[in-house]
Design a protein. Structure first.
Length: 953
């Protein structure tokens, strides 16, 4: 594998990478290689400076960014390495609190609330609170979302319920009316009560993760000192997007005088675009004040865009002065292109209508495809300020048969396949719901002729009776079959869990199988969206059982679904990576991405920039701890977002707007277009002679390419489960990991996960010399119990009791263990065959002459011979030696049912063979080899009902 560290770096990149000790601010402009600087610095610290990976902490803003950073680190590291701590702020805080939170009274088995779950939690406690203004009886839930946003902003500022209460009590004389005093007292009460409910239910929200970690470090200085000592080198990516509380966390881990430690903060104030999430651009502006001995490196060489694109982008962002690093620090951030691209001047295009704007974009895509032979669909991106601004462009691409994909967008519940399933569930529960019933009648796989549907609709109207009653009386064979099918579904409601019912109902009408007939983008997206929906049902079942200690019904789930949709929940749709499609996304979603051709669309006032919609409940200025800008904060944020959109483009950049988007008034162009300093063009003047002026008149010649085969690409990483699946049957692997066909949950997997999580909690406490009673262990077991996949209620109950007995025996045997655990659920990564092989070791125990690697098993006990040949253990042996730099003296499978631990060791030849197993799988995956290998294993395969090669012997 080529060592990327040998690719030429510029002087300032080298300076940042080689920085020794102390604080360093890296001002990294768009496209200047900041991620490479971070990954190369980590490589340099580990390989050149002999820093241990666990002594490095890298914090970033999104899970996606953290994953990509780990992937890039893997690319520049040798064969095996222990992963450094690369996390988002929230996942880092979660890891700390899971390990140490018990020291301040936190239940280590706490669950993290999603946004909709926060809404539901506050809704349930609404009438237990003493308030009037924020709970209007005519619409009691009116202010829930506003209150939660207010609380989240307080957490961003590290303002506790006590802090808010103190502010209210001390400010009574400053409030203008008694009503204002009452409102602030109610807000303080809501914050206090909401916090109390979360603690009682062992729940934390994302803001809590940061504020509780700050509290932990404040209340337990020894724990803070431990992590200060551990993390000799801290790196913070996207520093401009941190909020005030996150910056407090950084300053606690890295005090101003670092000695032989280092803090490297990488960011760009010009790309701070998450104020709505609490990001404080003032953090990066004040870094040099907080760390007076800090050095600074400015990265000004851009490796993405042409100079023709960078210059107008720079002119735009200059309008944020004086609230910029350039003004405050007296530096230059004018970026120079090193991309070796012969660019074209960006164009501002004005059209008369939205339809003409869409027409221009589609025709320009086809024009560039024709003149740039190396370009494909994935080289194009259409960026808008909001999701709904993309709808017309989506339609225009669809009409021309051009493949497209919405990237990073919400809207799962708006997808046709999900709306179909929700309608079906509602119809089964209440056939008298005419809207859901009508949609269900039109589900294609039910094959009800439209003439039959139209006839009963007319009959229902004429007879003034319910549609369901009309269907019942219908003589149509298709409608009678439908009627009976719904009755059959209703009989199964009480016999199935929500997951089982959804899976059974969807398969009984062949709903999923219709999407397997041809491997197209739309079909693959539909399959993956259905899988996402099924995962929502699974999570609901688990959470419901943990809270109520009983199992939910289908009605419970549908009620829950309606409530979270009311709360504003609409999760992200599925995305297919590495597929050749036009990319449609918001400017926010485009952060960190790049495309040869970018269209910024709908650039009119009130769209981009948006109107300044202030929060319904504002934090008083006296409580805001970040330094506020002197200019218009909203316009500055929108300008930075526009700058981000412009700097995604490598060669071509088109900025478009129409005069007419509907409505009475003509739209005015975005003020940012004037700041860019380019002339506006009429699309009619730049079209080739003879080209028609309607979207439908464009002769693309690309219509057939909308149907693109999904051939499967090499995955980013492999687990042992994936390797095992492939070696069992490559087609099974394809169904599971490439097509991602939904399957019913497995009771064996549910039980295994429950036991693993419970033993993790048990041994975590033992690691910190905490006494763990049997009651404590069984309490953790109940909290971790996953109820999915069991045959029936009796099966669940028997397995639950079986688990209790297993844990009672385990507790009796291990409650007084003096063996030192050095790691629990230890992650590792190995580069095998050019791909990252990743895993997690359940437990590592330390002895004087080496370590023991332990993997828990809840299945049948194996023989010594089988354990000796276990490929998973051999791969863990390799990982321990090469990635974790440990010396395993034993590798053990602990069979928990019988309480038997069977150990083994490996010869060099056995380790080589284990590596070869993974590498052979990788080589076959590269060739797209998914040939079925039928056999007895087909009996328990999840896909036996759809596989054409299933073994029938």
């Amino acid at each position: 594998m080529a060592n990327k560290s040998k690719i030429e770096l510029n002087d300032n990149q080298k300076k940042a990478i080689m920085h020794e000790n102390g604080p360093l601010l890296v001002v990294a402009g768009a496209g200047t290689g900041k991620t490479r600087v971070i990954t190369e610095r980590i490589r340099h610290l580990i390989l050149d400076k002999n820093v241990k990976p666990h002594e490095i902490l890298a914090l970033t803003f999104t899970e996606k960014a953290a994953g990509e950073m780990l992937e890039r680190i893997g690319d520049v590291m040798p064969l095996g390495y222990e992963e450094p701590w690369v996390y988002t702020f929230h996942s880092f805080a979660d890891r700390i609190l899971k390990s140490e939170g018990i020291e301040i009274g936190l239940d280590p088995s706490y669950k993290i609330l999603s946004g909709p779950e926060q809404w539901l939690l506050l809704r349930k406690g609404l009438f237990k609170m003493q308030m009037n203004y924020f709970r209007p009886l005519g619409n009691p839930t009116k202010f829930i979302s506003d209150a939660l946003k207010f609380i989240s902003r307080l957490q961003d500022e590290n303002i506790s319920p006590d802090n808010l209460r103190e502010y209210v009590e001390n400010s009574k004389d400053n409030f203008e009316t008694g009503d204002e005093i009452q409102r602030w007292q109610e807000l303080a009460h809501i914050y206090e009560t909401y916090t109390k409910i979360k603690i009682e239910k062992s729940r934390l929200d994302f803001g809590d993760l940061i504020t509780w970690t700050i509290k932990l470090f404040n209340d337990r200085p020894a724990i803070l000192k431990k992590y200060q000592k551990q993390f000799r080198h801290v790196l913070v990516d996207e520093f401009q997007d941190t909020n005030y509380a996150q910056y407090i966390l950084i300053k606690m881990l890295c005090p101003a005088f670092l000695g032989e430690r280092s803090l490297v903060a990488v960011g760009d104030d010009s790309q701070s675009i998450y104020k709505f999430r609490g990001a404080a651009v003032s953090n990066i502006l004040e870094f040099m004040r907080d760390y007076p001995d800090s050095e600074m490196v400015t990265l000004l060489q851009n490796y993405r865009s042409s100079q023709e694109i960078l210059d107008p982008a720079y002119r735009l962002i200059q309008n944020n002065n004086p609230d910029t690093l350039e003004s405050k620090l007296g530096i230059s951030k004018k970026i120079t292109s090193e991309a070796n691209i012969q660019g074209e001047s960006p164009e501002i295009i004005r059209t008369e209508t939205l339809e003409e704007e869409v027409e221009f974009v589609v025709s320009k895509i086809l024009e560039i495809l024709a003149k740039e032979p190396g370009y494909t669909y994935k080289d194009f991106a259409i960026l808008a300020r909001a999701n709904n601004h993309l709808d017309a462009f989506l339609l225009g691409l669809r009409q021309k048969g051009i493949p497209y994909q919405l990237v990073g967008n919400r809207g799962l519940y708006d997808r046709d396949e999900i709306r179909d399933i929700i309608a079906l569930l509602k119809t089964v529960l209440n056939p008298n719901d005419p809207i859901s019933l009508y949609r269900t009648l039109n589900i294609s796989t039910l094959k009800i002729p439209y003439t039959d549907v139209a006839a009963i609709l007319a009959k229902s109207r004429i007879g003034k009776e319910d549609l369901w009653e009309t269907i019942k009386k219908s003589k149509s064979d298709s409608l009678q079959f439908f009627y009976q099918r719904i009755l059959d579904f209703q009989k199964n409601i009480t016999k199935s869990t929500p997951v089982e019912f959804v899976f059974s109902a969807v398969n009984s009408i062949n709903y999923i199988s219709q999407f397997t007939e041809e491997e197209t983008i739309e079909n693959q997206l539909a399959i993956e969206n259905l899988d996402l929906f099924l995962n929502i049902v699974k999570k609901f079942e688990i959470d419901f059982h943990q809270e109520h200690r009983e199992y939910p019904t289908l009605l419970d789930f549908v009620d829950y679904l309606e409530l979270i949709i009311e709360a504003g929940d609409n999760p992200a749709q599925a995305e297919i990576k590495d597929i050749d499609t036009i990319n449609l996304l918001t400017a926010h979603s485009a952060k960190g991405l790049e495309f040869p051709v970018v269209f910024l669309v709908n650039l009119v006032s009130d769209r981009f920039p948006t109107r300044n919609r202030k929060d319904a409940i504002m934090i008083p200025d006296r409580l805001i701890k970040e330094t506020l800008p002197s200019g218009d904060e909203h316009i500055q944020e929108e300008r930075r977002l526009f700058y981000v959109g412009m700097t995604r483009a490598k060669k071509y950049l088109y900025m478009t707007y129409g005069k007419d988007y509907g409505g009475k008034r003509e739209k005015t162009p975005s003020g940012f277009l004037q700041e860019i300093g380019l002339d506006t063009k009429d699309p009619g003047k730049i079209k080739p002679d003879g080209e028609t002026n309607t979207l439908f008149g464009i002769n693309s010649g690309f219509r057939d390419s909308a149907i693109i085969k999904i051939n499967g690409t090499l995955p980013e990483s492999l687990s042992f489960s994936a390797v095992d699946n492939y070696t069992t049957c490559p087609l099974q692997y394809k169904y599971k990991y490439v097509l991602k066909l939904p399957t019913l949950p497995s009771h064996a997997l549910s039980f295994g996960t429950t036991i693993h999580d419970t033993l993790r909690d048990f041994h975590t406490k033992l690691m910190f010399n905490k006494e763990v009673s049997l009651d404590d262990l069984l309490y953790a077991y109940e909290n971790n119990w996953q109820p999915l996949g069991y045959m029936n209620e009796e099966h669940r109950k028997m397995r639950f009791e079986n688990g209790k007995e297993l844990l009672e025996r385990y507790h009796s045997k291990h409650k007084n263990d003096s063996i030192k655990h050095i790691a629990l659920e230890k992650r590792f990564s190995l580069n095998l065959g050019g791909i990252q092989f990743k895993g997690r070791i359940d437990r590592i125990d330390e002895y004087s002459d080496g370590v023991e690697i332990i993997d828990y098993k809840t299945g049948a006990t194996k023989t010594q011979k089988e354990v000796d040949k276990d490929t998973q253990l051999a791969l863990y042996d390799i990982a321990a030696r090469e990635a974790l730099k440990l010396n395993p003296k034993l590798l053990s499978l602990y069979f928990l049912e019988e309480g038997v631990k069977i150990s083994t060791t490996h010869t060099p030849e056995e380790l080589t063979q284990a590596k070869r197993t993974v590498i052979q799988v990788v080589e076959r995956l590269k060739k797209g080899d998914y040939e079925a290998t039928p056999g007895m294993h087909c009996t328990w395969c999840d896909y036996k009902d759809i596989c054409p090669f299933v073994y029938k012997g």
